[in-house]
Ligand binder design. Structure first.
Ligand SMILES: C[S@@+](CC[C@H](N)C(=O)[O-])C[C@H]1O[C@@H](n2cnc3c(N)ncnc32)[C@H](O)[C@@H]1O
Length: 264
């Protein structure tokens, strides 16, 4: 699979199949996901409840066949549970990083055509033209908090554009709440990887540095926002973009599920 990357204004084509040919057999694919999940759950002890809220809200707010787009799918954390929960759901998994799409593909293989993959950056002006919309829902997990306000606002406008009228955007993410802000875990109780430790293990073990550097230069979500937004700001940005029925569906310990609907 060839993924185009555009770095520093010049077009660079990174051939991911070369990396796969060289490394796919040695990679401990289950460990890639297992260590990721342990890390995610240690940073976010309420992750399972957060994901359950996304699924329950999708089930309540949609009916009939429902195509869902997951922005920044990573290893398919959200899609796996969404697809398991309800046969009505199909998920298009979008990520800028071909390695994560490969992990996602492997993790969702059991779901056949109900799980699709899309290599794109949601920071590209024309990504909505690359996805086969419209969608009955757009979701995202632990990804969009790193976007600076302008980029987040632009993305919300694009999400509104690809949603079917009356349908739902749900963001399960961190919130800025001072008490729950420590990004570095307590070393006395933390037994999994830190974010940095995980990526160091991943990149060094399977020579992924070039792939991750290229993906980051292409996607680069870390463009100014330190750790996300507070609840009011999140709801305000949704209003500004034209969403209605904005809602904080769930909140606990600095994590939330919030979203809104496209007007009919
Ligand atoms: C913190 S991870 C979360 C992954 C997954 N949602 C989960 O919770 O396990 C953020 C994901 O967003 C992806 N990403 C970053 N910038 C992106 C962009 N501009 N377009 C698409 N995906 C992007 C990364 O490659 C990564 O998989």
């Amino acid at each position: 699979m060839v993924y185009p990357f555009y770095i520093s204004g010049r077009s660079v084509t990174l051939n991911f199949s070369d990396w796969l040919d060289a490394h796919a057999k040695q990679v401990d694919w289950p460990a890639v996901t297992d260590r990721w999940m342990i890390m995610m759950q240690q940073y976010n002890p309420v992750l399972d409840e957060q994901i359950r809220t996304v699924i329950a809200t999708l089930q309540q707010e949609t009916s009939g066949p429902c195509r869902i787009l997951d922005l920044g799918c990573g290893p398919g954390t959200l899609a796996r549970q969404i697809l398991t929960a309800d046969e009505r759901f199909t998920v298009v998994n979008l990520d800028v990083n071909p390695f994560w799409l490969e992990v996602c593909k492997r993790n969702l293989a059991d779901f056949g055509k109900r799980a699709q993959l899309l290599a794109a950056s949601f920071r590209d002006a024309d990504w909505p033209n690359q996805v086969p919309g419209p969608f009955q829902a757009v979701v995202s997990l632990t990804t969009l908090h790193s976007l600076a306000t302008e980029s987040y606002q632009a993305l919300l406008n694009q999400i509104l554009h690809i949603l079917e009228p009356g349908s739902l955007f749900l963001n399960a993410d961190r919130l800025i709440v001072p008490k729950f802000e420590p990004e570095e875990p307590d070393p006395d109780t933390f037994t999994g990887d830190t974010w940095q430790g995980y990526y160091t293990w991943l990149k060094d073990t399977w020579e992924l540095t070039d792939i991750f550097d290229a993906a980051q230069k292409q996607g680069d979500i870390f463009d100014g926002s330190p750790t996300g937004y507070d609840g009011d700001t999140n709801l305000h940005l949704l209003t500004e973009a034209g969403f209605i029925n904005q809602n904080m569906y769930w909140y606990r310990d600095g994590r939330a599920v919030f979203g809104g609907k496209k007007p009919t």
